[in-house]
Design a protein around this ligand. Structure first.
Ligand code: PMP
Length: 306
């Protein structure tokens, strides 16, 4: 990975190599913690963090869902992320930020009430999550043998550390089978989300994306819905079955890291002409215009750091 200079940890700016935890940290053993994935892009006015406040709020809400009280306010954590970007003196086109709320050292056993709550934010330069080529040609998606956990046994809306075991298993299975990414269905067989991104399909010029019934309330998904409506497209949020995915004209994934990644194939079914579809391309370039500060109608989503 691309190392940076500093990591913010519990209020202090530490050199990258010194941001360490104890082996008996509670989260490492029992998997309760919350993360965010936030991105900053170089704009004509310097780096700007995209939808910073929404991401930080989601971090605190994810932690609340998993019974962790974050000892910082949204404002304090926003400030920490801005300071971290400044301190690291990045030069690349974009920077990924990874805030994490975790349980530290001092308590063992599943009951976590007395475990100390720690917070850290790391930031580093990170290229296209699903590859530069995938952004142009589209990726190949496999419907996973793993489903997204039922709402009675998990909390998909929390960006909780423990939820990523399910994501990891699905992703590994898809890559081992020669695909780029996994698409997980819910326990009733409708599309939930990819291992780390939301799903969209296009049929007869209508853009369709599922509700977040048991998936993360993706901030990029929300942004792309708003962008599509701004561009005059009809957007529908409803459940999507496997057959509909196979016969879509176009499809794509959205996420902070995945940005807007076209899908060209699902389970050996070629979608449309088998590349990045025309509506997908418009939305993709529209998305980059927003995050890179080229569309001033969406500038309220940017937090400039200088
Ligand atoms: N679903 C999952 C499981 C994810 O990890 C992510 C990435 N955060 C997303 C969806 C997309 O969410 P967002 O657009 O807020 O990054």
């Amino acid at each position: 990975m691309n190392e940076a200079k500093f990591i913010w940890m519990n209020g202090k700016m530490l050199p990258w190599s010194e941001a360490k935890i104890h082996i008996l940290s509670h989260t490492l053993h029992y998997g309760n913690g919350a993360i965010e994935g936030t991105k900053a892009y170089k704009t004509p006015k310097g780096y700007a963090i995209f939808r910073l406040n929404d991401h930080t709020k989601r971090l605190i809400e994810s932690a609340k869902m998993t019974l962790i009280t974050v000892p910082y306010t949204v404002e304090e954590l926003n400030k920490a992320q801005i300071e971290l970007l400044k301190a690291n003196e990045f030069t690349g086109e974009n920077v990924y930020l990874r805030p994490i709320v975790y349980l530290g050292y001092g308590v063992m056993g599943v009951y976590h009430k007395e475990a100390p709550v720690e917070v850290a934010v790391a930031a580093w330069e990170w290229g296209a999550y699903l590859g530069e080529e995938g952004m142009k040609r589209g990726i190949r998606l496999k419907i996973s043998s793993f489903s997204r956990p039922n709402n009675k046994s998990n909390m998909g809306k929390a960006k909780a550390v423990g939820n990523y075991l399910n994501s990891q298993m699905a992703k590994f299975e898809a890559v081992e089978a020669g695909y780029d990414e996994a698409l997980l269905l819910d326990d009733e067989g409708y599309v939930a989300e990819a291992s780390g991104a939301a799903f969209f399909m296009i049929k007869n010029d209508e853009i369709i994306t599922p509700p977040n019934d048991n998936s993360l309330a993706s901030i990029t998904q929300k942004t792309v819905i708003e962008l599509a409506q701004y561009l005059g497209y009809k957007v529908t949020r409803r459940r999507i079955s496997r057959e509909e995915v196979y016969t879509a004209d176009e499809a794509f994934l959205t996420g902070t890291a995945a940005e807007l990644t076209p899908v060209r194939e699902v389970d050996a079914r070629i979608l449309g002409a088998g590349g990045r579809g025309p509506i997908t391309e418009k939305l993709q370039s529209g998305y980059f215009d927003i995050v890179c500060g080229r569309n001033l109608d969406f500038e309220h989503y940017l937090t400039y750091i200088d």
